[in-house]
Design a protein around this ligand. Structure first.
Ligand code: CO
Ligand code: ZN
Length: 329
């Protein structure tokens, strides 16, 4: 699974420009699915037929990642930018970003800004792409970039940009690979534009009209120095969402995940996330409502260029998802 994860996290794909990452995922799932299609907003839907009497189930992971978009290029060729999703200046100064055309930019900060001892605002940052004028600048207004970082592996820890949510995509792909049989009609949905408003998940779920929906995404942690109190740690198992700042997980969906984990002896944690939400929030409220839950991968440093997960949690998430899909829902 490491090579799959490497391929997914190192691919370019900010919200709204998911073509490259969609092509990578499509190549992985094409031979495993019974049907495959791209819906109008760009989400990739891979369907696996089940037997009679099963439920229609959506499993969703978002393929977009946070990034920045050029908003202005000055006469010396420096670019100003705005955020795509939750990008924060604290995590950005000195970092490198890459555009789809391969251009790399360094995030600089105005040296003579007001309050130079404070964390700069995004307005006080700029992008240096090596240009000397607006004319020779290789990027233009409206172009999007993502952090540049390779996957690093230290023991059981995996570190990369875009673990949010390529690690969820990896869990879904690996689940589809290992799936032997299921009574359910399964839709593996790789959604677009999660980071800017959960848009792909809502529209895909509306189109599919599922009986049950489960998102796979990252969550926070409570096991780093002076972290917010949260009963989630890396390496202690995937987390079954109970609640986050956008939704209360449907009790039956939460309960079935907990019960299958217990029955199969798979480690798990319960997640109450005070800051953040997932595609499950959007899926839960389409049409007349879809019982929805989320299986979360504990992750440190979410929305920084160095998001860290534990490989054992990823493996156990695949095992638990397979258990959940094996029987009645
Ligand atoms: Co995110
Ligand atoms: Zn996410």
């Amino acid at each position: 699974m490491r090579e799959l994860i490497r391929e997914l996290v190192e691919t370019y794909g900010p919200s709204g420009v998911e073509d490259e990452i969609r092509a990578v995922i499509r190549a992985e799932v094409e031979d495993l699915a019974d049907e495959i299609r791209v819906d109008p907003l760009g989400s990739l839907v891979a369907r696996k037929h089940g037997g009679d009497g099963g439920k229609r189930v959506v499993l969703a992971a978002h393929m977009d990642e946070i990034g920045i978009m050029v908003s202005y290029v000055d006469e010396k060729g420096f670019a100003r930018f705005t955020r795509i999703g939750g990008v924060y200046s604290l995590n950005t100064v000195g970092d490198r970003v890459a555009f789809s055309n391969g251009t790399v930019g360094v995030v600089g900060v105005e040296q003579k800004r007001a309050n130079a001892t404070k964390i700069p605002t995004l307005d006080e940052l700029y992008l240096d792409v090596g240009a000397t004028s607006r004319e020779d600048c290789p990027v233009a207004v409206g172009d999007s970039a993502v952090f540049v970082r390779p996957l690093d592996i230290q023991g059981t820890r995996l570190i990369a940009k875009a673990m949010d949510d390529r690690i969820g995509c990896a869990v879904l792909i690996e689940t589809l690979r290992r799936l032997e049989s299921t009574p359910h009609d399964l839709y593996f949905v790789f959604t677009v534009q999660e980071e800017v408003g959960l848009f792909g998940a809502g529209t895909s779920a509306y189109g599919i009209d599922p009986d049950v929906a489960i998102a796979v995404d990252v969550t926070g942690n409570g096991d780093t120095p002076e972290s917010y109190p949260m009963a989630v740690a890396l390496g202690k198992g995937p987390a079954v969402k109970v609640m986050d700042s956008g939704m209360i997980a449907h009790r039956a969906v939460k309960d079935v995940m907990v019960q299958r984990a217990k029955d199969a002896g798979i480690p798990y944690q319960l997640e109450v996330l005070a800051r953040g939400t997932t595609d499950a929030m959007a899926m839960q409220v389409v049409r007349s409502g879809v019982p929805s839950g989320c299986l979360s991968i504990p992750c440190r440093y979410v929305h920084t260029p160095s998001e860290m997960v534990d490989e054992r949690d990823v493996e156990n998430a695949v095992c638990l998802m397979l258990e959940v899909l094996r029987a009645d829902l």
